[in-house]
Design a protein around this ligand. Structure first.
Ligand code: SF4
Ligand code: SF4
Length: 341
Protein backbone atom coordinates (compact mmCIF):
# COMPACT_ATOMS: atom_id res chain seq x y z
CA UNK A 1 0.00 0.00 0.00
CA UNK A 2 1.31 3.44 -1.00
CA UNK A 3 1.95 5.76 1.95
CA UNK A 4 -0.19 8.88 2.32
CA UNK A 5 1.23 11.83 0.42
CA UNK A 6 2.52 9.61 -2.36
CA UNK A 7 0.93 9.08 -5.78
CA UNK A 8 1.14 5.59 -7.16
CA UNK A 9 1.98 5.57 -10.87
CA UNK A 10 1.69 2.32 -12.78
CA UNK A 11 4.28 1.41 -15.40
CA UNK A 12 3.22 2.86 -18.75
CA UNK A 13 1.82 0.34 -21.23
CA UNK A 14 1.60 2.83 -24.09
CA UNK A 15 3.37 6.14 -24.55
CA UNK A 16 4.10 9.03 -26.86
CA UNK A 17 7.40 10.87 -27.12
CA UNK A 18 6.88 14.60 -27.69
CA UNK A 19 9.97 15.37 -29.78
CA UNK A 20 9.28 19.11 -29.49
CA UNK A 21 6.32 21.42 -28.87
CA UNK A 22 7.24 23.31 -32.02
CA UNK A 23 4.65 22.88 -34.73
CA UNK A 24 3.96 24.24 -38.20
CA UNK A 25 0.40 25.01 -37.06
CA UNK A 26 -1.34 26.72 -34.16
CA UNK A 27 -4.52 24.65 -33.99
CA UNK A 28 -7.34 26.07 -31.93
CA UNK A 29 -7.92 22.69 -30.23
CA UNK A 30 -4.30 21.82 -29.39
CA UNK A 31 -4.05 20.19 -25.95
CA UNK A 32 -0.35 20.96 -25.66
CA UNK A 33 -0.55 24.57 -26.93
CA UNK A 34 1.95 23.84 -29.70
CA UNK A 35 2.83 26.43 -32.33
CA UNK A 36 5.67 27.73 -34.55
CA UNK A 37 6.55 30.17 -31.74
CA UNK A 38 8.02 27.50 -29.45
CA UNK A 39 11.78 27.12 -29.25
CA UNK A 40 13.00 24.13 -31.26
CA UNK A 41 14.48 22.33 -28.28
CA UNK A 42 14.95 18.95 -29.91
CA UNK A 43 16.29 16.23 -27.60
CA UNK A 44 19.65 14.63 -28.38
CA UNK A 45 19.73 11.07 -29.71
CA UNK A 46 21.32 10.07 -26.43
CA UNK A 47 18.41 11.44 -24.40
CA UNK A 48 15.92 9.72 -26.66
CA UNK A 49 17.75 6.44 -26.15
CA UNK A 50 17.82 6.97 -22.41
CA UNK A 51 14.04 7.48 -22.25
CA UNK A 52 13.26 4.65 -24.64
CA UNK A 53 15.37 2.25 -22.58
CA UNK A 54 13.26 3.17 -19.55
CA UNK A 55 10.01 2.58 -21.42
CA UNK A 56 10.99 -0.49 -23.42
CA UNK A 57 10.13 -3.19 -20.91
CA UNK A 58 6.57 -2.06 -20.11
CA UNK A 59 5.20 -0.94 -23.49
CA UNK A 60 2.60 -3.40 -24.77
CA UNK A 61 1.89 -4.11 -28.42
CA UNK A 62 -1.31 -3.51 -30.32
CA UNK A 63 -3.90 -6.30 -29.73
CA UNK A 64 -3.29 -7.15 -33.40
CA UNK A 65 0.41 -7.82 -32.68
CA UNK A 66 3.80 -6.09 -32.54
CA UNK A 67 3.86 -5.43 -36.28
CA UNK A 68 0.53 -3.60 -36.13
CA UNK A 69 -0.49 -0.31 -34.56
CA UNK A 70 -3.42 1.12 -32.65
CA UNK A 71 -3.98 4.50 -31.07
CA UNK A 72 -3.62 3.54 -27.42
CA UNK A 73 -1.00 0.80 -27.70
CA UNK A 74 2.70 0.70 -28.40
CA UNK A 75 4.91 3.74 -28.77
CA UNK A 76 4.41 6.83 -30.88
CA UNK A 77 6.47 9.85 -31.82
CA UNK A 78 4.59 13.09 -31.77
CA UNK A 79 4.86 16.80 -31.06
CA UNK A 80 4.37 19.46 -32.11
CA UNK A 81 5.17 18.21 -35.55
CA UNK A 82 7.83 15.48 -35.60
CA UNK A 83 8.49 15.84 -39.34
CA UNK A 84 10.00 19.30 -38.67
CA UNK A 85 13.13 17.31 -37.76
CA UNK A 86 12.97 14.28 -40.02
CA UNK A 87 16.54 13.11 -39.35
CA UNK A 88 15.93 13.02 -35.60
CA UNK A 89 12.61 11.23 -36.11
CA UNK A 90 14.34 8.64 -38.28
CA UNK A 91 17.04 8.07 -35.69
CA UNK A 92 14.45 7.85 -32.88
CA UNK A 93 12.57 5.14 -34.79
CA UNK A 94 15.82 3.20 -35.29
CA UNK A 95 16.59 3.34 -31.59
CA UNK A 96 13.07 2.22 -30.64
CA UNK A 97 13.27 -0.65 -33.12
CA UNK A 98 16.69 -1.73 -31.84
CA UNK A 99 15.17 -1.85 -28.36
CA UNK A 100 12.38 -4.05 -29.77
CA UNK A 101 9.64 -1.68 -28.68
CA UNK A 102 6.43 -2.92 -30.33
CA UNK A 103 3.82 -1.13 -32.48
CA UNK A 104 5.76 2.07 -33.22
CA UNK A 105 3.97 4.80 -35.14
CA UNK A 106 4.35 8.51 -35.85
CA UNK A 107 1.68 11.18 -35.79
CA UNK A 108 1.69 14.01 -38.36
CA UNK A 109 -0.38 16.98 -39.48
CA UNK A 110 0.93 16.45 -43.07
CA UNK A 111 2.07 20.06 -43.61
CA UNK A 112 5.20 18.69 -45.30
CA UNK A 113 3.40 16.42 -47.80
CA UNK A 114 3.75 18.66 -50.86
CA UNK A 115 5.20 16.12 -53.27
CA UNK A 116 4.44 12.41 -53.87
CA UNK A 117 8.04 11.30 -54.31
CA UNK A 118 9.27 13.06 -51.20
CA UNK A 119 6.47 11.55 -49.09
CA UNK A 120 7.18 8.09 -50.51
CA UNK A 121 10.90 8.44 -49.75
CA UNK A 122 10.33 9.56 -46.17
CA UNK A 123 7.74 6.89 -45.39
CA UNK A 124 9.94 4.21 -46.97
CA UNK A 125 12.98 5.31 -44.95
CA UNK A 126 10.91 5.27 -41.75
CA UNK A 127 9.54 1.82 -42.54
CA UNK A 128 13.04 0.50 -43.18
CA UNK A 129 14.10 1.99 -39.83
CA UNK A 130 11.40 -0.03 -38.08
CA UNK A 131 8.29 2.19 -38.09
CA UNK A 132 5.14 0.09 -38.21
CA UNK A 133 2.54 2.72 -39.05
CA UNK A 134 1.40 6.33 -39.20
CA UNK A 135 -1.38 8.38 -37.68
CA UNK A 136 -2.67 11.16 -39.92
CA UNK A 137 -4.50 13.97 -38.12
CA UNK A 138 -7.61 15.17 -39.92
CA UNK A 139 -9.88 17.84 -38.49
CA UNK A 140 -11.17 21.35 -39.30
CA UNK A 141 -8.55 22.98 -37.06
CA UNK A 142 -5.64 21.53 -39.01
CA UNK A 143 -7.52 22.32 -42.24
CA UNK A 144 -7.16 26.00 -41.39
CA UNK A 145 -3.42 25.72 -42.10
CA UNK A 146 -2.77 22.48 -43.99
CA UNK A 147 -4.29 22.09 -47.51
CA UNK A 148 -6.46 18.96 -47.63
CA UNK A 149 -4.56 17.73 -50.72
CA UNK A 150 -1.51 17.20 -48.50
CA UNK A 151 -3.54 15.14 -46.03
CA UNK A 152 -4.93 13.04 -48.87
CA UNK A 153 -1.43 12.54 -50.27
CA UNK A 154 -0.16 11.28 -46.90
CA UNK A 155 -3.06 8.85 -46.59
CA UNK A 156 -2.74 7.55 -50.17
CA UNK A 157 1.02 6.99 -49.95
CA UNK A 158 0.80 5.88 -46.33
CA UNK A 159 -1.53 3.08 -47.46
CA UNK A 160 0.91 2.07 -50.21
CA UNK A 161 3.76 1.78 -47.71
CA UNK A 162 2.09 0.90 -44.39
CA UNK A 163 -1.14 -0.71 -45.65
CA UNK A 164 -3.72 -1.12 -42.88
CA UNK A 165 -1.35 0.47 -40.37
CA UNK A 166 -2.35 3.90 -41.73
CA UNK A 167 -4.60 5.36 -39.04
CA UNK A 168 -6.73 8.45 -39.59
CA UNK A 169 -7.82 10.52 -36.63
CA UNK A 170 -10.59 11.50 -37.06
CA UNK A 171 -12.03 9.35 -39.88
CA UNK A 172 -15.36 11.18 -39.73
CA UNK A 173 -13.72 14.38 -40.88
CA UNK A 174 -11.76 12.65 -43.61
CA UNK A 175 -14.97 11.30 -45.16
CA UNK A 176 -16.84 14.59 -44.68
CA UNK A 177 -14.05 16.60 -46.30
CA UNK A 178 -13.97 14.20 -49.24
CA UNK A 179 -17.72 14.22 -49.75
CA UNK A 180 -17.73 18.04 -49.59
CA UNK A 181 -14.90 18.04 -52.18
CA UNK A 182 -12.80 20.28 -50.01
CA UNK A 183 -9.54 21.53 -51.44
CA UNK A 184 -6.79 23.77 -50.12
CA UNK A 185 -7.35 25.29 -46.66
CA UNK A 186 -10.54 26.66 -45.10
CA UNK A 187 -10.95 28.79 -42.03
CA UNK A 188 -13.06 27.21 -39.30
CA UNK A 189 -15.92 29.60 -40.08
CA UNK A 190 -15.77 28.79 -43.80
CA UNK A 191 -15.84 25.09 -43.02
CA UNK A 192 -18.75 25.40 -40.61
CA UNK A 193 -20.71 27.34 -43.22
CA UNK A 194 -20.46 24.24 -45.42
CA UNK A 195 -20.87 21.65 -42.66
CA UNK A 196 -22.66 23.32 -39.79
CA UNK A 197 -23.18 20.22 -37.64
CA UNK A 198 -19.77 18.65 -38.10
CA UNK A 199 -18.46 19.33 -34.60
CA UNK A 200 -21.37 17.41 -33.10
CA UNK A 201 -20.20 14.13 -34.62
CA UNK A 202 -16.62 14.24 -33.52
CA UNK A 203 -14.46 14.08 -30.43
CA UNK A 204 -13.37 17.51 -29.21
CA UNK A 205 -11.69 17.44 -25.81
CA UNK A 206 -12.23 20.65 -23.81
CA UNK A 207 -8.60 20.88 -22.70
CA UNK A 208 -5.57 23.07 -23.40
CA UNK A 209 -5.99 25.77 -26.04
CA UNK A 210 -9.56 24.66 -26.88
CA UNK A 211 -10.69 26.06 -23.51
CA UNK A 212 -9.87 29.54 -24.78
CA UNK A 213 -10.05 29.48 -28.56
CA UNK A 214 -13.13 27.26 -28.90
CA UNK A 215 -15.03 28.17 -25.74
CA UNK A 216 -17.98 29.52 -27.74
CA UNK A 217 -18.82 25.95 -28.82
CA UNK A 218 -19.32 24.72 -25.26
CA UNK A 219 -21.79 25.29 -22.44
CA UNK A 220 -20.18 27.06 -19.48
CA UNK A 221 -20.48 26.43 -15.77
CA UNK A 222 -19.40 28.19 -12.59
CA UNK A 223 -16.18 26.96 -10.94
CA UNK A 224 -18.08 25.24 -8.13
CA UNK A 225 -19.65 22.83 -10.63
CA UNK A 226 -16.26 21.08 -10.74
CA UNK A 227 -15.18 21.36 -7.11
CA UNK A 228 -15.98 17.75 -6.18
CA UNK A 229 -14.02 16.24 -9.05
CA UNK A 230 -10.65 14.63 -8.49
CA UNK A 231 -8.13 13.82 -11.20
CA UNK A 232 -6.56 10.79 -9.65
CA UNK A 233 -7.67 8.44 -12.41
CA UNK A 234 -6.40 10.73 -15.22
CA UNK A 235 -3.11 11.35 -13.42
CA UNK A 236 -2.43 7.69 -12.76
CA UNK A 237 -3.49 6.08 -15.97
CA UNK A 238 -1.00 3.71 -17.59
CA UNK A 239 -1.94 4.21 -21.23
CA UNK A 240 -1.10 6.95 -23.73
CA UNK A 241 1.15 8.82 -21.32
CA UNK A 242 3.70 11.25 -22.76
CA UNK A 243 7.33 12.09 -22.18
CA UNK A 244 8.36 15.44 -23.60
CA UNK A 245 11.66 16.81 -24.89
CA UNK A 246 12.40 18.26 -21.43
CA UNK A 247 11.97 14.79 -19.82
CA UNK A 248 8.65 15.73 -18.21
CA UNK A 249 6.47 12.69 -17.58
CA UNK A 250 2.98 13.84 -18.56
CA UNK A 251 -0.15 11.91 -17.67
CA UNK A 252 -2.30 11.36 -20.74
CA UNK A 253 -3.51 14.67 -22.12
CA UNK A 254 -2.76 16.87 -19.10
CA UNK A 255 -0.38 19.22 -20.90
CA UNK A 256 1.64 21.48 -18.60
CA UNK A 257 1.63 19.09 -15.63
CA UNK A 258 4.85 17.20 -14.99
CA UNK A 259 4.66 14.17 -12.73
CA UNK A 260 8.45 14.14 -12.57
CA UNK A 261 11.60 13.42 -14.53
CA UNK A 262 11.09 10.49 -16.87
CA UNK A 263 14.83 9.68 -16.72
CA UNK A 264 14.02 8.43 -13.26
CA UNK A 265 10.99 6.40 -14.27
CA UNK A 266 11.77 3.66 -11.76
CA UNK A 267 11.55 6.17 -8.91
CA UNK A 268 8.32 7.63 -10.34
CA UNK A 269 6.67 4.25 -10.53
CA UNK A 270 7.70 3.58 -6.94
CA UNK A 271 5.63 6.62 -5.94
CA UNK A 272 5.51 10.35 -6.71
CA UNK A 273 6.06 12.43 -3.60
CA UNK A 274 3.21 14.95 -3.38
CA UNK A 275 4.54 16.83 -0.33
CA UNK A 276 6.63 19.20 -2.41
CA UNK A 277 4.07 19.48 -5.25
CA UNK A 278 1.07 21.36 -3.84
CA UNK A 279 -0.67 21.89 -7.17
CA UNK A 280 -0.49 18.21 -8.03
CA UNK A 281 -1.44 17.29 -4.50
CA UNK A 282 -4.58 19.46 -4.78
CA UNK A 283 -5.56 17.91 -8.11
CA UNK A 284 -5.31 14.44 -6.64
CA UNK A 285 -7.75 15.52 -3.96
CA UNK A 286 -10.21 17.77 -5.83
CA UNK A 287 -10.58 20.76 -8.12
CA UNK A 288 -12.17 22.57 -5.18
CA UNK A 289 -8.93 22.14 -3.22
CA UNK A 290 -6.92 23.56 -6.13
CA UNK A 291 -9.30 26.52 -6.40
CA UNK A 292 -9.05 27.29 -2.65
CA UNK A 293 -5.25 27.11 -2.85
CA UNK A 294 -5.11 29.47 -5.84
CA UNK A 295 -7.50 31.99 -4.29
CA UNK A 296 -5.71 31.93 -0.94
CA UNK A 297 -2.11 31.96 -2.14
CA UNK A 298 -2.31 33.68 -5.53
CA UNK A 299 -5.44 35.82 -5.43
CA UNK A 300 -7.05 33.85 -8.26
CA UNK A 301 -10.42 35.26 -9.35
CA UNK A 302 -13.18 33.13 -10.86
CA UNK A 303 -13.87 33.87 -14.55
CA UNK A 304 -17.26 35.52 -14.82
CA UNK A 305 -18.15 33.80 -18.08
CA UNK A 306 -17.61 30.37 -16.47
CA UNK A 307 -15.66 27.29 -17.52
CA UNK A 308 -16.25 24.75 -20.24
CA UNK A 309 -14.83 21.81 -18.27
CA UNK A 310 -12.86 20.88 -15.17
CA UNK A 311 -9.75 21.00 -17.36
CA UNK A 312 -10.56 24.63 -18.20
CA UNK A 313 -10.72 25.53 -14.52
CA UNK A 314 -7.52 23.57 -13.91
CA UNK A 315 -5.48 25.10 -16.74
CA UNK A 316 -6.76 28.61 -16.03
CA UNK A 317 -5.65 28.36 -12.41
CA UNK A 318 -2.31 26.83 -13.40
CA UNK A 319 -1.70 29.60 -15.92
CA UNK A 320 -2.52 32.22 -13.31
CA UNK A 321 0.02 30.68 -10.93
CA UNK A 322 2.75 30.29 -13.57
CA UNK A 323 2.37 33.95 -14.51
CA UNK A 324 3.33 34.84 -10.94
CA UNK A 325 5.95 32.30 -9.92
CA UNK A 326 8.22 29.56 -11.17
CA UNK A 327 8.32 27.79 -7.82
CA UNK A 328 6.17 24.77 -8.75
CA UNK A 329 8.17 22.03 -10.38
CA UNK A 330 5.00 20.20 -11.41
CA UNK A 331 3.99 23.10 -13.68
CA UNK A 332 6.23 22.34 -16.67
CA UNK A 333 7.01 23.27 -19.33
CA UNK A 334 6.29 26.87 -18.39
CA UNK A 335 6.32 27.97 -22.02
CA UNK A 336 3.07 26.04 -22.57
CA UNK A 337 1.20 28.49 -20.37
CA UNK A 338 2.30 31.42 -22.52
CA UNK A 339 1.13 29.76 -25.74
CA UNK A 340 -2.41 28.87 -24.75
CA UNK A 341 -4.25 31.63 -26.61
S1 SF4 B 1 -2.96 19.81 -32.73
FE1 SF4 B 1 -1.17 18.88 -33.70
S2 SF4 B 1 -0.91 20.00 -35.62
FE2 SF4 B 1 -2.21 21.24 -34.33
S3 SF4 B 1 -0.85 22.66 -33.23
FE3 SF4 B 1 -1.13 20.86 -31.91
S4 SF4 B 1 0.55 19.50 -32.42
FE4 SF4 B 1 0.39 21.00 -34.09
S1 SF4 C 1 -8.50 18.82 -14.67
FE1 SF4 C 1 -6.29 19.12 -14.97
S2 SF4 C 1 -5.33 17.29 -14.08
FE2 SF4 C 1 -7.51 16.85 -14.33
S3 SF4 C 1 -7.69 15.80 -16.29
FE3 SF4 C 1 -8.01 17.99 -16.69
S4 SF4 C 1 -6.00 18.84 -17.20
FE4 SF4 C 1 -5.68 16.82 -16.23
Amino acid sequence: MMPRGMLHLPKPVSAGIILSYKCSSTCKHCMYACSPKWRADWPTERSIELILRKLASSIKPSPKGCENVSLNHGLHFTGGEPFLNFQLLLKAVMIADELRIPSIFVETNCFWCVDDEQVREKFTALKQAGLKGILVSVNPFILEQVPFERTQRAIKIGREIFGGNTMIYQETYYHRFKSLRISDTLTLDQYLERDAWALRFSELLPMGRACYRLKHFFAKYPAKAFFDESCISELTRSWHVHVDNYFNYVAGYCGGISLGDARDLDALTSGVDLQDKPVLNSLVESLGRLYEFAVREFNYREREEGYVSKCHLCVDIRRHIVEQTDEFKELQPRELYFNLE
